[in-house]
Design a protein around this ligand. Structure first.
Ligand code: PEP
Ligand code: MG
Length: 931
């Protein structure tokens, strides 16, 4: 395209250049050029928008070109702009390179005025339609271009409908719409101080500028911020000037929106909604509840055939599920817009697998179509299957997942209460784009009007939030902050549960369960495993977690945190005994009791993971974490002492009374005796002699273990060095469990991993314990189980010394939680609640480094460690087991630097499997595991 050209007709624009023409404009060009029936028009580029926003005026020559193109449109359509006989009307539509549904402005029916209105009546012979178009245009133009809010117009509409007993706006007759349009003109004059602009070119000029400005409107800016849309992804909005076609010209006209496949399930069946005798915004805004497209086959069979043809052409051209808008004007179907359909995870997965099986796309394309993080939606909670409660009402199942929360009736309250941590369900008659901030903070959305393609439904699906729309049984009274369903009243703050998969609404909080992995997902993930180089393991600490992780497709356990086993209620007293032991013998006695318990845990995990590696990490946290806090102990001791003194006083009471007042004593002797017995019983059962002594001893221990910086203190391998008997017990438990499993014929691959290693000497010492205990286990169990010995890399020094570490370690696993803490010197316990949000908001950091791996800093440290480690031991196995191991972009980096595996929590395993495949398919230049 010529440099500097700022206007392109649909016949000449490059359909691939979304940056310049916006997604919508590029598509209109592409659709026109592949022969679809698109109303004629032209695009003003995003470059023109940016220049306008910079200088607050249209770039030189643009307005002249707009006029030339309008003249060309007049010629093409045979209509005249502002004509009193055969008027040309246009829509002025926004559209940037990234889809931002509803976030910027669009004006329809532009070109209508007192003169062209008469032309439209003549042209169509339909007075009602012309007045309807006019009143719609006035309101929309006033809102977008003149900043006049909807309320006075909506009020007037209500008033007129009430006066003429009209249930819906379609019930209004021509003269009633005329009355409405005239009232609307008066509203504009009153609010803007000027009459409504009658010159169509003046309207066009104002509208183009308003749409350009909407790029910087609050809604659009918030949306870009939330979805991290950067200027290199989309910069400025294009303006599309499109000849109007009318869906409200009678019963052979209509409008609708559709997906080429069901966006909720992925089923290959045209899916959408339409309204007869209506204009586009009626469907999207949910003003009337539309009909499913399936009904069109009966109601308008010829149009339905045209729609099927359109569907086929769109999919075979775009090779992607399309979300399209159409209008039927007097029996002719026009395609107004198409874009890649936003589908939920289920829809994406099924359509990927099916489009591949249908030969539309390759396996690689099927895998690359899906952003791994949306698979999380497949893990959304569902209502517990045994739940039998009756629903209060049923609407449309607009976005899957079950969600419970407190009802709120507006987006601002949803934001405020959601921010403070409350679970919120946003309940509205219908939602509008300006409600977007409420969506971010709600767990689910319930609307009483609108279809499955209404704003609420589309936005909720995109966000993976539960949504029930069009639940007409609910009557919402915003002012009274209540809703009624039959004779039941729900107030703001009441708890409800919505099921976006069935459309049911329930009172109160309903129990939910995690969903099952579908057959299509299993297929897709099998393809992913075939494509990926990185393996995906799970972080799992118990046999139960290991079973679940395996079901999610984990290829082993990359991190078994043994301290979680120490914390369970039956073991904690033994662990505490071990910590409080005064002598080695006492400690050994406690460890001897822990040994069989740990051995059993490991056996369970090895069995669940038979045939796959299991990395067991030796004890990591500081000892004090297994004891009560000093404050807690001090409080208990004070109470107990007080109780002891009180009881002593009560026990002495009879003697004292006898001395002071023998008469009174005589009178109450019996009662006092009984009270004394009760106290003695209480003392014997609750205040044994040594209870206070024991707590005092624990307190002394807690004080002696106290550290100013426990996260940098006596933990990890440092414990193993100072208390070798603890690590020895754990090593023995691992190796014996492996030997016992092997004897039962279970294939085991134990890997013993040491946390917090900083020096080579630490690692060598622990390795010597392992070698010694292994020899004993081989002798006592008569079987030589192979194992691997390795180190976590979570201390910066260890990364720097990786070359030497690799002489001893057969594998490394990056503990990026601690490594991030160490590299930034940010406390992993506090940073996220204290200063990180401010760092993110002010742009000092783009992301939370505890969530998204900091490639430039932490990643650099990792790269050095990988290079140095592999220089020593080329086949060194290296993985990651910090939280980043489940984060798609971080996984891509792990692939790039040549790690062998990532390990993450069980439910993130499917996400990681897909991310690993994508990393390979996107051709990231891996260094290779053996490089
Ligand atoms: C880490 O530090 O990344 C890690 C996996 O260990 P933990 O979170 O248990 O400290
Ligand atoms: Mg750690």
């Amino acid at each position: 395209m010529a440099k500097g050209k700022m206007i392109y007709t649909f016949e000449e624009g490059d359909g691939k250049n979304k940056m310049l023409l916006g997604g919508k404009g590029a598509n209109l060009c592409e659709m026109t050029q592949i022969g679809l029936n698109v109303p004629p028009g032209f695009v003003i580029t995003t470059e023109a928008c940016l220049a306008f926003l910079e200088n607050n005026r249209l770039p030189d020559g643009v307005w002249e070109d707009v006029k030339k193109q309008m003249a060309a449109l007049e010629k093409k359509t045979g209509k005249g702009f502002g004509s009193a006989d055969n008027p040309l009307l246009v829509s002025v539509r926004s559209g940037s390179a990234m889809s931002m549904p509803g976030m910027m402005d669009t004006i329809l029916n532009l070109g209508l005025n007192e003169t062209s209105l008469q032309g439209l009546i003549k042209q169509t012979g339909n007075e009602r339609f012309a007045w309807d178009a006019y009143r719609r245009f006035i309101q929309l133009f006033a809102k977008i271009a003149l900043n006049i809010p909807d309320e006075p117009f909506d009020e007037k509409m209500k008033e007129v409908k009430t006066a003429y007993h009209a249930r819906q706006d379609v019930d209004l007759k021509a003269d009633q719409l005329k009355e409405l349009a005239e009232a609307f003109l008066a509203i504009v004059h009153r609010h803007s101080g000027k009459p409504f602009p009658q010159d169509p070119f003046e309207q066009l000029d104002i509208a183009i500028k308003a749409v350009f400005r909407s790029w910087n409107g609050k809604r659009a800016v918030d949306y870009r911020k939330q979805f991290k849309i950067t200027p290199d992804q989309a910069s400025g909005t294009a303006v599309n000037i499109v000849t109007m076609v009318f869906g409200n010209m009678g019963n052979d006209s209509g409008t609708g929106v559709g997906f080429t496949r069901n966006p909720g399930t992925g089923e290959n069946l045209i899916y959408g909604e339409y309204l007869v005798n209506a204009q586009g915004e009626d469907v999207v805004a949910g003003i009337r509840t539309p009909k499913p497209i399936a009904e069109m086959a009966q109601e308008m069979p010829e149009i339905y055939d045209q729609l099927i043809q359109l569907h086929n052409r769109l999919e075979s051209h775009y090779k992607e599920v399309q979300d399209f808008e159409f209008t039927i004007e007097k029996g002719i179907l026009y395609c107004l817009q198409t874009r890649n359909g936003k589908m939920n995870a289920r829809g994406m997965v099924r359509s990927s697998v099916e489009m591949c099986n249908e030969g539309f796309i390759t396996k690689e394309q099927a895998l690359l179509r899906i952003h791994p993080s949306i698979l999380e939606q497949l893990l959304v909670p569902q209502l517990a299957p045994n739940f039998k409660g009756n629903s209060l009402a049923q609407g449309l199942p607009a976005s899957p997942g079950a969600a419970s929360g407190h009802i709120v009736f507006d987006a601002d309250t949803a934001e405020a209460r959601g921010r403070s941590g409350e679970k919120i369900i946003l309940v509205r008659e219908e939602t509008k784009p300006e409600d977007i901030h409420g969506f971010f903070h709600a767990r689910g959305i319930l609307t009483s009007r609108g279809g499955k393609t209404s704003h609420a439904a589309v936005v909720a699906r995109g966000m993976g939030k539960a949504c029930v729309s069009g639940c007409e049984a609910i009557h919402i009274d915003d002012f009274a902050r209540k809703a009624t369903i039959g004779d039941m009243t729900l107030h703001e703050g009441d708890v409800i549960t919505i099921d976006g998969g069935t459309g049911h609404v329930y009172a109160g909080e309903v129990p939910t369960v995690e969903p099952e992995v579908s057959e299509e997902l299993t297929t897709l993930l099998t393809w992913a495993d075939q494509a990926a180089r990185l393996e995906v393991r799970a972080n799992a600490d118990t046999p139960g977690d290991a079973v679940k992780a395996r079901a999610f497709g984990a290829k082993g356990i990359g991190l078994c945190r043994t301290e979680r086993m120490f914390n369970s209620t039956d073991r904690l007293p033994i662990v505490q005994e071990m910590i409080l032991a005064e002598t080695l013998e006492e400690r050994q006695a406690a460890l001897d009791r822990l040994l069989p318990i740990q051995r059993n845990d490991f056996k369970g995990i090895f069995k669940a993971m038979k045939g796959l590696p299991v990395t067991v990490r030796l004890l990591d946290p500081p000892m004090h974490e297994f004891l009560p806090t000093a404050a807690q102990l001090e409080m208990e001791i004070t109470h107990l002492r007080h109780l002891r003194d009180t009881i002593k006083g009560i026990e002495e009471l009879p003697e004292t009374l006898k001395l002071l007042n023998p008469g009174l004593y005589q009178k109450y002797a019996d009662g006092l005796g009984r009270l004394n017995d009760a106290m003695t019983t209480f003392k014997e059962s609750h205040l044994e002699e040594d209870v206070i002594v024991k707590k005092e001893k624990t307190l002394r221990k807690v004080r002696s273990l106290a550290e100013v910086n426990p996260m940098l203190g006596h933990r990890g391998v440092r414990l193993g060095i100072t208390f070798p008997e603890i690590y020895s017990m754990q090593i023995q438990a691992v190796l014996e469990a492996a030997a016992l499993c092997a004897k039962e014929g279970i294939e085991v691959y134990p890997e013993i991993m040491v946390p917090q290693v900083a020096t080579v000497e630490e690692l060598m010492r622990i390795h010597s314990y392992v070698k010694r205990i292994h020899k004993i286990v081989v002798l006592t169990h008569g079987i030589d189980v192979q194992y691997k010995f390795g180190s976590m890399l979570e201390v910066v020094r260890a990364c720097m010394r990786a070359g030497r570490m690799a002489e001893d370690a057969e594998f490394f696993s990056f503990g990026t939680n601690d490594l991030t803490q160490a590299t930034f010197s940010f406390s992993r316990e506090d940073a996220e609640n204290k200063f990180l949000p401010a760092y993110n908001e002010t742009g000092i950091l783009q992301d939370n480094p505890f969530e998204v791996l900091d490639i430039k800093g932490v990643g650099e440290v990792m790269k050095i460690a990988v290079e140095r480690g592999r220089a020593t031991r080329p086949d060194l196995k290296i993985g990651i087991c910090g939280e980043h191991g489940g984060h798609p972009e971080s996984i891509a980096f792990c692939h790039e630097i040549g790690l062998n595996y990532v390990s993450c929590s069980g439910p993130r395993v499917p996400i990681a499997r897909l991310a690993a495949a994508q990393a390979q398919l996107k051709g990231v230049t891996a260094k290779g595991a053996n490089a």
